[in-house]
Design a protein around this ligand. Structure first.
Ligand code: NDP
Ligand code: 2IT
Length: 444
């Protein structure tokens, strides 16, 4: 059995109840085969892969809170501190009823390699809760965030672990979490990113994941001799990542014809109107079905995902495993020739196999959505030097980072004999630096 297969079999035996984590680990490990084969003796001697697949630690805690009617609730809270070889743990907090240790471990493992790809000094972590912010009042969300931070603050800090947003955690939640951290510790420090501009946030952080996704898609498309201008794009999701992907793609001359939430999707043949979308999602926190009521010519499809719509490019920006093998077949049959992932692990294994077999352009999440965490790292730099950079400065750095990620991923794929396979390229390019740092730091 190969070293990679051995480590994965062991992992399966140890964590049989963590399907999402095992899925991510299997995909990552199997695409590391080419680099592991070259370095097998050193890696084995140092138990490198055995260490890479286990988090340094996982913190779990209960989060008690009281709703507006005075009823008490208890949710679960987590922080997975996965790997600090190349920097302090860094990664978002997700508040969604589907959150489990398995999901946060899969996200944490992806985060290690993603953060490495940014070229910035940040390790990998992820956290969150099975709390559902939908339909909760501001006061309820605040009480929940305060209770969550009352436990989490013991384990984080600007040089140890720096959380941020993810699904269900945006500017409002980061604000409440930051306020409670400051109250408990007395420290005014960059312990969270995605903060408001008035208390240390970075310009362009809200835009960063969506813009970065479009910048790297543009690079990939140009390298293939094509252009974004004039293309039709299908986006899923309508949250932070989807909104700014739609804005930037439209600005670059593409037409984005769909977006969605967990209830259904909207099709707008004239191109999704960014202002209407933001009014519905950022201001009113309403359902996406509202869009079709307000924009003439658009349609709402309850209970469906957008993958049956004719498009050139698909940008999934909602959640994991939202494109299965059947969805991928539909996309391909309708002429889709590029997929770049805004969400984490949105394509399941069958979908990825279908893209690779059809040889379409496919950029996996850890490369294509790295713009968010990259600008988070720039927010950390600004907080450390107690300065704020201009929007243009941050956006310019984001563009350079995404261009470099594209180049490094494409080069790694080619170097290991998998030209054009950005799955192999992204995993290996991300892993090289982490492996090097882990080996240099000894058996820790
Ligand atoms: P938001 O909470 O802002 O938006 C999430 C969107 O996805 C909503 O439209 C939501 O719909 C939809 N969604 C969430 N869960 C599901 C589900 N189970 N089924 C269908 N739709 C769902 O989150 P973000 O935009 O920040 O995150 C979207 C994705 O991007 C996630 O995979 C996240 O991990 C990833 N990501 C985010 C980054 C960031 O900087 N924010 C950085 C890199 C990756 P509804 O409201 O109905 O739940
Ligand atoms: O998945 C991700 O990269 C994020 N949710 C952003 C993490 C961060 O620390 O900005």
């Amino acid at each position: 059995m190969s070293y990679v297969a051995e480590v994965f079999e062991n992992l399966k035996a140890k964590h049989p109840n963590e399907p999402e984590f095992l899925e991510a680990a299997e995909r990552i490990l199997s695409s590391l085969d080419p680099i592991v084969e070259k370095n097998e003796d050193v890696y084995r001697k140092n138990a490198l892969l055995e260490r890479f697949v286990e988090p340094e630690r996982i913190i779990t805690f209960r989060v008690p809170w009281t709703d507006d009617k005075g009823v008490n609730h208890v949710n679960l809270g987590y922080r997975v501190q996965f790997n600090s070889a190349i920097g302090p743990y860094k990664g978002g907090l997700r508040f969604h009823p589907s959150v489990t240790q398995s999901i946060l471990k899969f996200l944490g493992m992806e985060q290690i390699l993603k953060n490495s790809l940014t070229g910035l000094p940040i390790g990998g972590g992820k956290g969150g809760s099975d709390f559902d912010p939908h339909g909760k009042s501001d006061a309820e969300v605040m009480r929940f965030c305060q209770s969550f931070m009352t436990e989490l603050f013991k384990y984080i800090g600007k040089d140890t672990d720096v959380p941020a947003g993810d699904i269900g955690v945006g500017g409002r939640e980061v604000g409440y979490l930051y306020g409670q951290y400051k109250r408990l510790t007395g420290l005014y420090e960059g312990v969270l990113t995605g903060k408001g501009l008035s208390f240390g946030g970075s310009l362009a952080r809200p835009e960063a994941t969506g813009y970065g996704l479009v910048y790297i898609t543009d690079e990939m498309v140009k390298a293939a001799g094509k252009t974004l201008e004039g293309t039709t794009i299908a986006v899923s999701g309508s949250g932070n990542v989807a909104q700014y992907a739609i804005q930037k793609a439209t600005e670059l001359g593409a037409k984005v014809v769909t977006c969605s939430d967990s209830n259904g999707y909207v099709y707008d043949p004239n191109g999704i109107n960014f202002d209407v979308l933001c009014q519905i999602k950022q201001v009113e926190r309403a359902r996406i079905s509202e869009y079709a009521k307000r924009v003439p010519g658009s349609e709402y499809h309850e209970g469906e995902r957008p993958w049956g719509v004719k498009c050139d490019i698909a940008l999934p920006c909602a959640t994991q495993n939202e494109i299965n093998g059947e969805d991928a077949k539909k996309l391909l049959a309708n002429g889709c020739w590029a997929v770049a992932e805004g969400a984490n692990m949105p394509s399941d294994s069958d979908a990825i196999d279908a893209y690779l077999a059809a040889k379409i352009l496919y950029m996996p999440a850890k490369a294509s959505n790295a713009g968010g965490v990259a600008v988070s790292a720039l927010e950390m730099s600004q907080n450390s030097e107690r300065l704020s950079w201009t929007f243009e400065e941050v956006d310019g750095k984001l563009k350079d980072i995404m261009t470099n990620i594209y180049k490094n991923v494409a080069a790694a794929a080619k170097k290991y004999g998998y030209e054009g396979n950005f799955v192999v390229g992204a995993n290996i390019a991300g892993f090289e630096k982490v492996a090097d740092a882990m080996l240099a730091q000894g058996l820790v």
